[in-house]
Each structure stands twice: as structure tokens, then as C-alpha cells.
Design a protein around this ligand. Structure first.
Ligand SMILES: Cc1cc2nc3c(=O)[nH]c(=O)nc-3n(C[C@H](O)[C@H](O)[C@H](O)COP(=O)(O)O)c2cc1C
Length: 203
């Protein structure tokens, strides 16, 4: 990155490691990243190999680097955004909250499930980190559990996402979300999600 910039090539690099640490973020700054995204272990989807939450890691990272830090993982509203800003973040990055929006192509059944789920009703699959290494790009972090179901029976990865998240066959697949989905109570438009955040930040 530094080399490219030295040769006059215009490039803006946003670095987002799957497993962020203070060390790899400092390295990224040293090598010319313009901003970094720090994702806590409470994020949906493809999760960090370290079980370190956003609010544990974020203040350490913002104290260690000078480039802008963008916070991700478990932020679903303006209160989370405010907390991230209080810890030195200059931006936020959200996934789960936007699945339960009108515009999202996810099935209505999946959106309803997200609105209804409690944080304690989600399962973190054991061994998911090994699978993350062997199958990068689409691994379950959390899913809705059914009583008596064995973990081995859970279809995961791309087909699991397609079945449950996209097609709404909740029994045959996976809905990957942050445990903070327990705090999502309505399917909103993207505009409403953003307006709510801006209003809460300005209060
Ligand atoms: C359904 C789903 C699939 C995801 N898939 C990936 C992925 O393939 N690769 C990746 O790096 N991050 C993936 N993510 C993580 C997001 O990029 C983002 O870091 C995360 O959603 C932020 O946390 P939040 O969901 O709590 O807002 C996924 C997230 C979700 C919800």
C-alpha cells in the first residue's frame, strides 16, 4: 500500500481482518491502510477466531492507532453507535440490523424470526472456527436452535443460508445473525434505521 501510494497511485484502503487484534491493526496502519474496521466477536456471519467483544477490543485499538477506526459487531441502533464513538470509533459498520429491513432480499420468515428471537435462544456452534478456516466466505456464527436438534444436523454454509435466510425454509437452513438480534423488534426501512440512529446520536 505504501509503495503504491509512493508511486502516485490513488488508492483508499479499508482494512477489515476477520480476526482483528491490536497487533494486526497496528501492522495495517504501518503498511498504509487509510482506515480499519474492528469487528467484535458478537458480529453475525463469519466471526473472529478470538472470542473478544467489540467493547473490549475497540478502546485498545483506538488508543493504539491514529487512522480512523470503524466499529462492527452487535451495533443495531444509535445507542450502540454512541458507545462506539465514545470509545474513539469514527464510524460504524452494521450487518444484522439491515437484514430485518424492507429492502433486504432475505425472506419474510427469516426477518420475522429475527424480530422474534431472544439473545439467549441462539447457539454458537462449537468448532465453527475450524470450519471458518477451511471454508472461508460463509459460516454460521449463531443460529436459532430447535429443541432436541443435534448440532451435526444443522445445514450450514452457503446452502444453509440459501434455504433459511433467502428462501424462508427455516427448518432446513441457517440464519446467521449477531446475538444482538434479540434487541431488534421491528422490520423497518433502511431509511428508518438510519434516521433512528442519527436521531439517537443527536440527542
Ligand atoms: C448473514 C451474514 C453473512 C456474513 N457473511 C460474511 C462473510 O462471508 N465474510 C465476512 O467477512 N463477513 C461476513 N459477515 C459479517 C459482516 O460483514 C459484518 O462484519 C457483521 O455483520 C457486523 O456485525 P453485526 O451483524 O452485528 O452488525 C456476515 C454477516 C451476516 C449477518
Amino acid at each position: 500500500m505504501v509503495k503504491l501510494k509512493k508511486h502516485g497511485i490513488t488508492i483508499t484502503v479499508l482494512y477489515r481482518p476477520i480476526t482483528p487484534t491490536v497487533q494486526n491493526i497496528m501492522e495495517a496502519e504501518k503498511h498504509g491502510a487509510d482506515a480499519v474496521i474492528v469487528t467484535g466477536s458478537e458480529a453475525g456471519g463469519h466471526i473472529s477466531q478470538c472470542n473478544v467483544s467489540l467493547f473490549t477490543l475497540l478502546p485498545q485499538v483506538t488508543a493504539a492507532v491514529r487512522i480512523p477506526v470503524i466499529a462492527a459487531g452487535g451495533i443495531i441502533d444509535g445507542r450502540g453507535a454512541k458507545a462506539a464513538f465514545a470509545m474513539g470509533a469514527q464510524g460504524i459498520y452494521m450487518g444484522t440490523r439491515f437484514i430485518a429491513t424492507m429492502e433486504n432480499p432475505a425472506s419474510h420468515a427469516a426477518k420475522r424470526a429475527i424480530v422474534q428471537v431472544n439473545s439467549e435462544d441462539m447457539l454458537e456452534l462449537e468448532g465453527v472456527h475450524e470450519r471458518t478456516i477451511s471454508t472461508p466466505g460463509g459460516v454460521i456464527a449463531y443460529r436459532f436452535i430447535k429443541e432436541g436438534e443435534s448440532q451435526e444436523a444443522i445445514p450450514y454454509h452457503k446452502n444453509g443460508y440459501k434455504e433459511a435466510l433467502l428462501l424462508g425454509n427455516l427448518d432446513q437452513g441457517t440464519i446467521s445473525v449477531s446475538p444482538s438480534a434479540g434487541g431488534i423488534h421491528e422490520i423497518l426501512t433502511c431509511q428508518e434505521v438510519i434516521d433512528d440512529i442519527v436521531n439517537q446520536i443527536n440527542h
